[in-house]
Write a protein that binds this ligand. Structure first.
Ligand code: GCV
Length: 706
C-alpha cells in the first residue's frame, strides 16, 4: 500500500551515510520556500507536491495550505498556486486572467503542465497529478525567475512518453560482474548480497531526483537475469512491490527484466516455446499475479538470444514470436515489453571476415517490421555495436517504421571512463537524437520517438538509458557524472535542449549561488571542464570511430589488440599498411547499405564519409588524408597528444575551485582527475606506440613516441 510520501529530509536510514543532495539541495528550494503557496487537488502525487512545498516552506519561512473542495484556503494573499484543473473550482487565488485564457497548444495530457504569472501570482495548472509534480520541479529549476515579472501562459509537456532507466543491478552478487554489472558507483541502491538493500530513505531520495529531471520508469534488475533475479517475478515479488510503493509517489513505474526461460526455470514447464499454449498461459497467469500486487507495474524488459541469455531461437521461433508472447500477457494491463535488439553472434571466429557484428540487429529485426504487437517496444542501442564513444546511429531506427522503438543510451560510463573520467555525454546524445536518418530535410531520431508525423507509418517510442547510480555517497562515483544522469532525464523530456543549457541548469541547482564562494567561477570552470570532455575522451582513446580498443578485462583503459583475435566481433584490422573496417557494399560487409539514402551513399563513399566515422566504415592506408587535411597516422598522434593536454588543462582548471565549493566534492573530483590523467596518458602512449610500430611513420612534429 502506498502512503503519502515523507520527503527525504537529509537523514538516511539503515545507518547509511547521507548521500549527496545532487540537484536538489535545500538551497535550491529557497525561492519557492519563502512564498505563500496554495496547492489544490487530490491524489498521491498531489500529496507529494504538498509535502515538498511544505518542507521547503518550513525550511525557508514561507506558508502553504491545501484548498478545500470549494477552492478556498487559509493562505491569503498568495504568491504561488499549484492546482489541478479538475475537479471542482480552481482556488480563488488564481487570477481571472489565467482562468479565462485558453490553454496554449492543446490539452496538457497526463504529465504536462501550464505555467504562467500574472498580477504577481505564479500559477501552475495541470490536468493530472503527475503534471503538477513536474510543474513543481520546473519551478525549482527556474528559481527566483519563476516569481518575478510576468510570464505568458506556456504549456510544457514531455516529448517522449516513457523516460526510463535500466539498472543492471543484480540481487545476488555475480561472481564476475559483481552487484551491479558495469556499475562504477559502488553497490546497488536496490539490492545487497541476495536481498533488498533496505535503505528506503535513499530510494525515496533517488525517486525524487529522478522525478526532478523527468524520468518516469525504472527497470530494477539486470537484463542478464540470473536465477535469483528471475524469481523477482514470482516468489520474490514482495521485494518489487516494496520498490514500486517507494517510487510511486514520484510518478515512477517499476519494470522488471525477466528471463525468456521463466516458464521452465520458475514454472517447471518442459518448454518456453512462445507458440506453446501452456507457456502462453503461464505468462498470462504470472503477469496477472504481478498486477494483483502492483496495479501500475510498467512491464518487462527482455534480453533474449544475446550473450548467453535464452530466447525464441532455441525453439525455432523468431523474435516477433517471442516478444508478442510477453506482449499478449501484458496487454490487458496496459503495459509494454521492452524487447532488446542487441542480438548478435558473440562466438564469432575472428578469422571469419564475412560476419559483421554491426549488421546483426538490422539483419535480425528489420525483416520482422510490422509483426510486433502494439505494446512491444523494440529497444535499440543508439549505435550498431555497443555504446562506443563514437559510432554511427543505428540503422535499425529507420528500418522499423511499423514498430515502436526505444533508443537505448548508456549513462553508466562502461566505455567512456567508468566514472573515473570526467566525460559529459549530453553533447553526444544530443547528436544522436538530432540525427536525421532519411537526410537533412526529413525526420530526426527524436521525431521518430516522439511520434512526429512524417511519410509512412510511425509509432513513437521511448528513450531508455543504462543507469550510472550506486550506493556511493555521490551517487555516481564521480560527482560530475551526476550531470549525465540529470541530462539524460532532461533530454528525454525535451530532446531539443542544448547540452550546455542543460549543464547550466544542473550547475544552478547543484551549486546554488548562495552555497559557493564565487558562482561565476564555478559556472565558468564547470563549463570549461565538461563542455568538450566527451570529445577529449574520444581524442585520447580509439581513433576515428574504430572503437573497441579497450582492455577486455573490465573495459577500462587501453588494450589496442585486446579484442582483435577474440570471439566478440569487434576488430580494427590494423596492419603495417592501414587500419579500419571495410563496411562498404562495394568491397566490405555491406553494413553501409543498411542505411537509407543519403547516408548509405555518404558512408559508402571514402570521400564523403565524415572523418569521425572513417574507420568505422573504411579500411584506409595510414597516409589517407582526412577532410581536416592531415593524414590518418598524423591525426592519431595529434589527437592523442591533444587529448592528454586537455586533461591536464581540465585538472588545472578544477584546482581553481579549491575553497570555493564543498570540500568533499572538490576532493573527490581531484582524486578522479589524477586517475583520468594517468589513464589518458596510458591511452596516448599505447595507441601512439602501437601505430608507430605498425606503420613505421614518425610523428611529423617529432614528439616522443615510446
Ligand atoms: C548487460 C555489453 C556489456 C554487457 C551488457 C551488454 C548488454 O556487452 O559489456 O555487460 O550486459 O552490453 O547490453 O546486454
Amino acid at each position: 500500500m502506498t502512503r503519502p510520501v515523507t520527503v527525504p529530509a537529509g537523514v538516511s536510514g539503515a545507518g547509511e551515510p547521507r548521500p549527496h543532495p545532487a540537484w536538489l539541495p535545500p538551497q535550491a528550494w529557497r525561492p519557492l520556500g519563502v512564498r505563500r503557496v496554495v496547492v489544490h487537488g487530490d491524489g498521491l502525487l498531489v500529496d507529494t507536491v504538498f509535502a515538498e512545498v511544505a518542507q521547503a516552506c518550513a525550511a525557508h519561512g514561507g506558508r502553504v495550505d491545501r484548498t478545500g473542495t470549494d477552492g478556498a484556503s487559509a493562505v491569503d494573499p498568495v504568491d504561488l498556486v499549484l492546482a489541478l484543473r479538475d475537479p471542482g473550482p480552481l482556488p480563488s487565488a488564481v487570477p481571472a486572467a489565467v482562468t479565462a485564457g485558453p490553454t496554449p497548444d492543446g490539452p496538457l495530457g497526463d504529465e504536462g503542465f501550464l505555467l504562467t504569472r500574472v498580477d504577481d501570482v505564479t500559477v501552475v495548472l495541470a490536468d493530472a497529478p503527475a503534471g503538477l509534480l513536474y510543474g513543481l520541479f520546473h519551478l525549482v529549476r527556474l528559481g527566483e525567475a519563476a516569481h518575478t515579472g510576468d510570464h505568458p501562459a506556456r504549456a510544457h509537456r514531455p516529448a517522449l512518453r516513457r523516460r526510463m532507466l535500466d539498472h543492471w543491478d543484480n540481487v545476488a552478487v555475480h561472481p564476475v560482474m559483481g552487484q551491479v554489472e558495469r556499475g562504477y558507483a559502488g553497490g546497488s541502491i536496490f539490492w545487497r548480497d541476495g536481498g533488498p538493500r533496505g535503505d528506503r530513505d535513499r530510494l525515496r531520495a533517488y525517486a525524487r531526483l529522478l522525478a526532478a529531471c523527468g524520468v518516469n520508469a525504472i527497470s530494477v534488475n539486470n537484463v542478464n537475469v540470473g536465477l535469483t533475479e528471475a524469481r523477482l517475478l514470482t516468489d520474490r515479488l514482495d521485494d518489487v512491490v516494496d520498490l514500486a510503493d517507494l517510487l510511486r509517489p514520484y510518478g515512477i513505474r517499476v519494470h522488471l527484466s525477466v528471463t525468456f526461460a521463466a516458464p521452465v526455470v520458475l514454472g517447471g514447464l518442459p518448454t518456453a516455446d512462445p507458440l506453446d499454449d501452456g507457456v502462453r498461459d503461464w505468462w498470462e497467469s504470472t503477469t496477472r499475479r504481478v498486477y494483483a500486487r502492483i496495479p501500475d507495474f510498467g512491464g518487462y524488459v527482455v534480453k533474449a538470444d544475446s550473450e548467453g541469455q535464452p530466447g525464441p531461437f532455441s525453439y525455432g521461433r523468431d523474435h516477433a514470436d517471442g516478444a508478442n508472447l510477453l506482449a499478449a500477457a501484458l496487454a490487458p494491463h496496459g503495459a509494454v515489453v521492452h524487447w532488446r535488439a542487441f542480438v548478435y553472434d558473440h562466438r564469432q571466429d575472428w578469422r571469419d571476415r564475412t560476419t559483421d557484428r554491426a549488421r546483426a540487429a538490422y539483419d535480425h529485426f528489420a525483416p520482422l517490421d510490422g509483426r510486433f504487437a502494439d505494446n512491444v517496444v523494440l529497444q535499440v542501442k543508439f549505435g550498431p555495436v555497443d555504446f562506443q564513444p563514437r559510432e554511427p546511429v543505428s540503422p535499425v531506427i529507420a528500418a522499423m517504421p511499423a514498430t515502436r522503438v526505444a533508443v537505448e543510451l548508456q549513462v553508466t560510463q562502461e566505455y567512456t571512463g567508468q566514472q573515473w573520467h570526467a566525460c559529459y555525454l549530453a553533447p553526444w546524445w544530443h547528436e544522436v537524437l538530432a540525427f536525421r536518418p532519411w537526410g537533412p530535410a526529413e525526420r530526426s531520431v527524436t521525431d521518430v520517438l516522439a511520434d512526429v508525423p512524417g511519410p509512412g507509418p510511425h509509432r513513437g517510442g521511448d528513450l531508455v538509458a543504462v543507469a550510472n547510480v550506486g550506493d556511493d555517497p555521490f551517487w555516481c562515483g564521480h560527482p560530475l557524472a551526476q550531470a549525465n544522469l540529470y541530462a539524460f532525464g532532461r533530454l528525454a523530456w525535451d530532446p531539443g535542449l542544448a547540452a550546455d543549457a542543460i549543464l547550466d541548469e544542473w550547475i544552478d541547482l547543484t551549486f546554488p549561488a548562495s552555497t559557493v564562494g564565487d558562482p561565476a567561477l564555478v559556472r565558468e570552470t564547470l563549463h570549461a571542464v565538461l563542455d568538450d570532455s566527451w570529445r577529449t575522451y574520444e581524442r585520447y582513446t580509439a581513433p576515428l570511430g574504430v572503437g573497441f580498443m579497450v582492455n577486455p578485462a573490465g573495459h577500462y583503459g587501453p588494450g589496442v589488440d585486446g579484442y582483435e583475435y577474440s570471439r566478440w566481433g569487434t576488430y580494427h584490422f590494423a596492419d603495417r599498411d592501414g587500419v579500419g573496417v571495410d563496411r562498404t557494399c562495394a568491397t566490405g560487409t555491406g553494413f553501409a547499405g543498411q542505411y537509407p539514402p543519403p547516408w548509405s551513399q555518404v558512408y559508402e563513399s571514402l570521400e564523403r564519409c565524415p572523418d569521425e566515422l572513417l574507420l568505422f566504415f573504411h579500411h584506409v592506408p595510414y597516409s589517407h588524408v582526412l577532410h581536416s587535411g592531415v593524414t590518418v597516422i598524423q591525426h592519431i598522434y595529434d589527437t592523442h597528444f591533444a587529448g592528454v593536454a586537455e586533461v591536464v588543462a581540465m585538472r588545472d582548471r578544477w584546482t581553481r575551485l579549491a575553497g570555493v565549493i564543498d570540500q568533499a566534492v572538490y576532493d573527490r573530483v581531484v582524486e578522479r582527475f589524477d586517475e583520468q590523467l594517468r589513464c589518458a596518458t596510458e591511452w596516448r602512449d599505447q595507441v601512439n606506440t602501437y601505430f608507430f610500430r605498425k606503420s613505421g611513420v614518425p610523428d611529423a612534429r617529432g614528439r616522443r613516441i615510446h
